[in-house]
Ligand binder design. Structure first.
Ligand code: ZN
Length: 95
């Protein structure tokens, strides 16, 4: 009797799942777009959380705390104290 109940329950769940799929999620759903935006932000947060372990993007030395700048193409670079002047000369924006 219990098995029958479980079987009916599973069928009901399967039915609901099929029903939800038939509702149709368009290929370019809002959720997908949000996910795409979230991923770079998470990466950026990881960069910021451990600045002492990151080598400088310019001179590749692990030179203590890095300051992060946004480049013209939208990428983020972490620069050490020595390279900060170069960033200022290139009008890069600190984050
Ligand atoms: Zn540097």
């Amino acid at each position: 009797m219990t098995y029958l109940l479980i079987a009916v329950l599973l069928l009901a769940i399967a039915g609901v799942m099929i029903f939800l799929r038939k509702q149709g999620v368009p290929p370019h759903s809002v959720q997908e777009e949000t996910n795409r935006k979230v991923i770079p932000l998470d990466r950026h947060r990881q960069l910021r959380s451990k600045p002492e372990e990151q080598p400088c993007s310019s001179c590749k030395r692990k030179n203590g705390k890095l300051i992060f700048y946004a480049q013209d193409n939208g990428s983020v670079v972490g620069l050490c104290r020595d390279c900060r002047d170069k960033a200022k000369k290139r009008d890069m924006l600190p984050l």
